[in-house]
Design a binder for this molecule. Structure first.
Ligand code: ZN
Length: 159
């Protein structure tokens, strides 16, 4: 079957910044399982998957606006150093910070004596990305999956 809204798709991906070495790949892990049409992945990738079927391999360029969005200015936040525990901190480094909204990847901008300035932009914000995709399988979502808005079972939520 072809991928459409409410399909459950399992796929492998390799992502790079356009024209550069891969940043991340799912190849050594289980494929990613996604319910299509529910905003679970970046819009550009969801669009690219549409109409493909199991066994398809393809590459797609996703501009920043269709990926993690453009970088926004003014997203710098000053955080007490104690929130970072004992880890060594340097500008440009990416760390995961526990925020009120759950864990979030941030980039260190400046390290002071007792506070740290971090950039809350998504690390991939403002980047044009290239994905290489391999569709593993496609199935229709179950009723419960549609109600929850995510995949259950293989590669999905367990509850
Ligand atoms: Zn669920």
């Amino acid at each position: 079957m072809k991928i459409a809204k409410d399909s459950v798709v399992r796929f492998h991906y390799t992502v790079s910044e356009s024209g550069q070495e891969p940043i991340e790949t799912s190849k050594e892990r289980e494929p990613l399982a996604i319910l299509i049409g529910h905003g679970n992945i970046i819009p550009g990738l969801e669009k690219a998957l549409d109409g493909h079927e199991a066994g398809d391999s393809f590459g797609v360029d996703v501009p920043a606006a269709e990926a993690y969005g453009e970088r926004r200015e003014g997203l710098t936040q000053r955080v007490p150093k104690k929130h970072f525990g004992d880890q060594k901190l340097a500008p440009g480094q990416q760390v995961v910070l526990n925020t009120n909204f759950g864990p979030r990847a941030v980039t260190i901008e400046k390290v002071g004596m007792s506070v740290v300035d971090v950039d809350l932009n998504h690390p991939m914000a403002g980047k044009d990305l290239h994905f290489d995709i391999e569709i593993v399988d496609v199935r229709e979502a179950g009723k419960e999956e549609l109600e929850h808005g995510h995949v259950h079972g293989d590669g999905g939520h367990e509850h």
